[in-house]
Design a protein around this ligand. Structure first.
Ligand code: ARG
Length: 311
């Protein structure tokens, strides 16, 4: 059941000031303008953008009133993963999670994150059980019937990945396109489509988590896999045996937020928040922080000395 959210004007004003600080400066300021005049112009700019944001926030309906419910699949460093703290407790981390918090704050909503496997993110959106999906989602055309996509907030690429010992052996689509070669991809992902398009004769293995794919590659149970380039590079920092053998072309490159189909006010609010996070440097910082954290020694999905995924 959807209920309308009544936006608190205080929150809307706070959100608006982010936009205003983010650079909606008056287009022309003559050298002769006095400081007072400039201030007056800025105040007007701020006021009108406060009005705009208030209008956007007031129109937004969410699954649970007052909350922004976000589905994610935390097997995808540096986008989303569990960083294990000093005390051993896993903490949901990654730049998608920081951006999710930013968007919730921007819209004056409380953030609620639902963790599922990646194909679950798609179905949660399809059944409109969540408001948005943030999981390094590619705005693939065939998903457009079940969700709307925000503007892009990150540009990535795709790679074919194996281990160093096999780098010579599995270095092209031809080399892996054989029934005896096992090639992995995450269930429901565009990497699965890439596997089917580029290596249809291979033994294609779909696994629910990218961390399982990494584990299978490292333990020699899988020969090669299609993985997003920056994700593969992130896991490679902890597992230098991994190697990216080639770039894989894909035509809907970049990551977007999946928004519950037809919720136009939310889509507009999310796009505004993304623009603000780009403008004020937050997004850049989230990406840098996540990269650093994911290169640390502890996060879920790392293998123990027996090659088993730690949970
Ligand atoms: N970009 C790919 C897709 O949209 C893979 C995303 C996987 N995300 C994740 N959190 N495991 O299909």
């Amino acid at each position: 059941m959807k209920k309308k959210i009544v936006a608190l004007s205080m929150v809307a004003c706070m959100a608006a000031s982010v936009t205003a600080c983010g650079g909606s400066k008056p287009a022309e300021t003559t050298a002769a303008a006095t400081e007072a005049e400039t201030e007056a112009t800025e105040a007007v700019a701020e006021e009108s953008s406060a009005e705009e944001t208030k209008a956007v926030a007031a129109d937004i309906e969410t699954v649970t009133p007052g909350k922004l419910t976000v589905a994610t699949s935390p097997d995808f460093a540096p986008y989303e993963f569990y960083a294990i703290g000093e005390d051993g407790t896993p903490k949901l981390s990654g730049f998608d999670m920081d951006l999710a918090q930013y968007i919730a704050d921007y819209l004056g909503l409380e953030l609620e994150v639902v963790t599922v496997d990646f194909d679950g993110v798609l179905s949660e959106l399809q059944t409109k059980s969540v408001d948005i999906g943030m999981a390094g989602l590619s705005p693939d055309e065939k998903r457009m019937g079940i969700m709307d996509f925000s503007d892009l907030y990150y540009m990535g690429g795709q790679s074919l990945v194996t281990v160093k010992d096999n780098a010579e052996k599995f270095n092209s689509f031809e080399a892996i396109n054989k029934p005896e070669v096992s090639v992995g991809a995450q269930v429901g992902s565009i990497q699965m489509d890439l596997a089917e398009t580029n290596s249809p004769d291979a033994d294609i293995v779909g696994l629910p988590k990218v961390t399982d794919i990494i584990s299978e590659l490292l333990t020699g149970k899988m020969d090669a896999a299609y993985i997003e380039t920056d994700v593969a590079k992130s896991y490679q920092k902890n597992y230098p045996e991994l190697t990216l053998v080639m770039d894989v072309p894909y035509d809907a490159e970049g990551s977007a937020i999946g928004v519950c189909k037809g919720n136009e006010a939310l889509l507009a609010g999310v796009n505004e928040a993304i623009a603000a996070a780009k403008e004020d440097g937050s997004l850049e910082k989230f990406i840098a922080d996540a990269g650093e954290l994911a290169a640390g020694q502890k996060y879920e999905g790392l293998l123990d000395e027996n090659g088993n995924v730690q949970n």
